[in-house]
Design a protein around this ligand. Structure first.
Ligand SMILES: *Cc1c(COP(=O)(O)O)cnc(C)c1O
Length: 457
């Protein structure tokens, strides 16, 4: 259904007039207005002119089952009739929060038997800080407050979660908390030293040990990291990286927080990337895919090690949100996990569509402006270059990525550009034909981008 032209103008004007968009150039938006999306079906999104786009980003890495899941709709509307809201403060509880907690315990690694609910990934990472500080206070190690994170990490956008994150563009706009320290990320494409990939992975992991030594182990509470850095441009670590990080964390008295907000719920071919990389986190952040994006829900899985301390000391844990364990969000979450389990979406995906997707993308390595294809499961990035061997970029200021994204949208494919990389994370339920369509549209975008810069393809 096309929205009539006059409605469109009004909506666009109202959007420009009243709506401050997140992560948006507000001056540009004030002038040009936003792109209006009107509806979605299966893996496709439709703009206000009725143009269809294959959603190569699953929304914002969250609608992993696409947009047509009637059992999730039904779960939400049924719950609306029974108990639309109640809270979990001061010992209160309700069926849906309990069922959701149980469902999460069943699918997460065995050390996790407890969950703290939030409404977002950002709030979940704030919760992590509250948990690790409380944990070490209760253990009478009150100096252990420092947290180590990585450059170009994304952990959300509240003041504390933004501080954990490592984006200069965010730090420049406000003053964050003063107990977070950033080490280098395992960015192999961006590295031009002498080491091979495996040696580089170990080398960059050693920065964690060096930083702990510098700050003093007695002052460090935790290390937080995404298994694969999403917003940074799908930074896939060398195979040697996580074993080395795990070893460093085990040898020292610090907690490991794994931010699985993007990687969780099947994105890397296992329920959690903790399994993909054999990582044993003490705390695990989830959000996004947990409700298929249908409702805001996030949280922290708390391991027995941490739970045993925070539940065996008297005194209130003075933290929580009005909507922690919201019944409608939990209804959406339970239904989402049920689909993943009952339809074996992850197991089937890992056996077929994920390797197919990765293989088809790898075939684009021959394209004259593709410098690297990297990815795991249903998560990938293409690094755009002018010159494959020198890795010279297409244009200054990462304009090449933006140009390619524009051509992709023009030709019916939603992707994201991060610097000079094009990122794609399509729904896990794509068929082979749909992946073929994604590749066809992406190839057209690459050809136009090459042409834009006068490179033959
Ligand atoms: C999106 C994201 C967050 C923040 O989640 P919100 O729900 O937007 O607050 C945290 N960590 C990672 C890895 C993310 O990708």
């Amino acid at each position: 259904m096309n929205i009539a032209n006059n409605t469109f103008k009004t909506l666009k004007d109202l959007d420009k007039a009243h709506y401050l968009h997140p992560f948006t150039d507000l001056q540009e938006h004030k002038q040009k207005g936003g792109d209006i999306f009107s509806r979605a079906e299966h893996i496709y999104i439709y703009n206000s002119e009725g143009k269809q786009l294959l959603d190569g980003m699953s929304g914002l890495w969250c609608s992993n089952l696409g947009y047509s899941q009637p059992t999730i709709n039904k779960a939400i509307t049924q719950q609306l009739e029974v108990l639309p809201y109640y809270n979990s403060f001061f010992q209160c509880t309700h069926q849906l929060a309990v069922d959701m907690a149980k469902s999460l315990v069943e699918v997460t690694p065995p050390q996790f038997n407890k969950v703290f609910f939030t409404n977002s990934g950002s709030e979940a990472n704030d919760t992590n800080i509250r948990l690790v500080h409380r944990y070490y206070n209760l253990l009478e190690k009150p100096n252990k407050k420092q947290i180590i994170s990585r450059k170009n990490a994304y952990h959300g956008s509240t003041v504390a979660a933004g501080s954990l994150g490592g984006f200069n563009g965010m730090h420049e706009q406000y003053t964050g908390v003063n107990y977070v320290h950033h080490i280098a990320e395992p960015n192999w494409f961006g590295y031009d030293g002498e080491l091979d990939r495996d040696a580089f992975g170990k080398h960059v992991a050693q920065e964690l040990a060096a930083k702990i030594d510098e700050l003093g182990e007695e002052n460090v509470a935790a290390f937080i990291a995404e298994p694969i850095q999403g917003a940074a441009g799908v930074i896939v670590p060398p195979e040697t990286y996580w074993p080395e990080i795990s070893k460093i964390c085990k040898e020292r008295d610090i907690l490991l927080i794994l931010d699985e907000v993007i990687c969780g719920f099947g994105r890397t071919g296992n329920w959690f990337a903790a399994e993909t990389y054999n990582i044993e986190p003490d705390l695990l952040t989830f959000a996004k895919g947990v409700t298929n994006g249908y409702q805001p829900l996030g949280g922290v899985m708390v391991s027995d090690k941490v739970a045993d301390v925070i539940t065996c000391n008297e005194g209130e844990f003075t933290h929580g949100f009005t909507y922690s364990g919201h019944p409608l969000a939990c209804a959406a979450g339970i239904a989402t996990l049920d689909i993943l389990k009952n339809e074996q979406v992850i197991e089937k995906g890992a056996a077929d569509i994920m390797p197919y997707f990765q293989a088809r993308l790898r075939s684009l390595e021959d394209h004259p402006i593709v410098g690297e294809v990297r990815g795991v499961g249903m998560l990938a990035a293409l690094e755009l270059v002018k010159n494959k061997s020198s890795k010279e970029r297409l244009a200054p200021d990462c304009e090449g990525g933006a140009i390619c994204k524009m051509h992709a949208i023009e030709h019916g494919l939603m992707v994201r550009s991060v610097g000079d990389a094009i990122v794609t994370a399509p729904p896990l339920i794509c068929s082979r034909e749909e992946i073929d369509l994604l590749i066809t549209r992406l190839t057209i975008a690459l050809d136009y981008t090459a042409k834009h810069y006068g490179i033959k393809s």
